[in-house]
Design a protein around this ligand. Structure first.
Ligand code: IPM
Ligand code: MG
Length: 357
């Protein structure tokens, strides 16, 4: 089969890790007889530099006409002082919204070979960490009304958290469906003791729970969830939460697995088109040094094969290759830990993964 993939390499380490992932994909294509064609798409800080805006209309169209999008990272200190609507992050939010990608799937798995990289006590880590965070991605405070005004204490600013029944139901269904394919446990995270939007969120989740009697469902307040992720991460199978809470909790969960450089994500909508990206950022401090960990992007490609192309065997092949490489002790600098072995470069790690495909 032939697949058209849009590459939004973006800023910082984005181009290095996307180039690495493409090499792995091409190897998978050779092995299984698929052909992947790639189109570079301009978005983020590099687009601001080139054409004066973070997300040119043409870039959106290129993504919409592809079978899937792979995104490296956007942003960097160079563009940090620009006004909100001109920031590189606008490109990411704009693409999520324009492509209707309301569901962000972020698995956090602690590989056995990386047990010593988990910052938690060994007695806690040994119980295992294998969860999926399902984050709502096109609503809530990220997309609510915002502005500046004049309040009782002088000039002020506001952002609004607003969720519709329809938005909550559709992300809820994705989460229950995800739980059904896993250990059948779902925790919905909210702040229903304070926020009205969370109370609606909880009501809808409860009515869905009645439709999925096999799923062991519970609610958790977000502050408690932040604590429970550290106290006993093994209790989590699937977590569903809002855009903002999901942003924060997924970074927290990622660190439990040893490095944010390992975790992939998929952003999905109602069709097959999806956007796949590592959950880490553009890492300006290590840009251009060929030391970034390509694994998060490589695993994002596995998610693309699975969710957008329905190629389960091919996806597993990539995931197994990564596990084997880690088991064999190959490490990039971010997951080196106490070891005094020389870390692999981005290119060397990519080669190791390819050898195991
Ligand atoms: C993420 C990132 C983005 C977000 C930023 C870069 C806008 O942190 O994908 O988690 O907040 O969604
Ligand atoms: Mg984030």
């Amino acid at each position: 089969m032939k697949y058209k993939i849009a590459l939004v390499k973006g800023d910082g380490i984005g181009p290095e890790i996307v180039d690495a992932a493409v090499k792995v994909l091409d190897r998978v294509g050779d092995k299984f007889g698929h052909s992947f064609t790639y189109t570079d798409v301009l978005a983020g800080g590099c687009a601001i530099d080139a054409v004066g805006e973070p997300l040119p209309k043409e870039s959106v169209e290129l993504c919409l006409s592809s079978d899937a999008v792979i995104l490296g990272a956007v942003g960097g200190p160079k563009w940090d002082t620009l006004p909100g609507h001109l920031r590189p992050e606008k490109a990411l939010l704009g693409l999520r919204s324009a492509m209707g990608l309301y569901a962000n799937i972020r698995p956090a798995v602690l590989h056995e070979a990386l047990l010593s990289e988990c910052p938690l006590k060994e007695s806690i880590a040994r119980d295992g960490i294998d969860m999926v965070i399902v984050r709502e991605l096109t609503g809530g405070i990220y997309f609510g009304e915002r502005g500046r005004g004049e309040g009782p204490m002088g000039p002020d600013a506001y952002d609004t958290e607003r969720y519709s029944v329809a938005e909550i139901s559709r992300i809820g269904r994705i989460a229950f469906g995800t739980a059904m394919k896993r250990r059948k446990k779902l925790v919905s995270v909210d702040k229903a003791n304070v926020l009205e939007s969370s109370r609606l969120w909880r009501e809808i989740m409860h009515s869905l729970a009645a439709e999925y009697p096999e799923v062991e469902y519970s609610d958790m307040l977000v502050d408690n969830a932040a604590m429970q992720l550290i106290r006993k991460p093994s209790q989590f199978d699937v977590i569903v939460t809002s855009n903002m809470f999901g942003d924060i909790l997924s970074d927290e969960a990622s660190m439990l697995t040893g490095s944010i450089g390992l975790l992939p994500s998929a952003s999905l909508g109602s069709g097959k088109l999806g956007m796949y990206e590592p959950i880490h950022g553009s890492a300006p401090d290590i840009t251009g040094k060929n030391i970034a960990n390509p694994i998060a992007t490589v695993l994002s490609c596995a998610m693309m094969l699975r969710y957008s192309f329905g190629l389960e065997e091919e996806a597993l092949c990539i995931e197994n290759a990564v596990s084997m490489v880690l088991k064999a002790g190959h490490r990039t600098a971010d997951i080196l830990g106490e070891s005094n072995a020389a870390p692999l470069t981005t290119t060397q790690m990519t080669e190791k993964i390819i050898e195991n495909i």
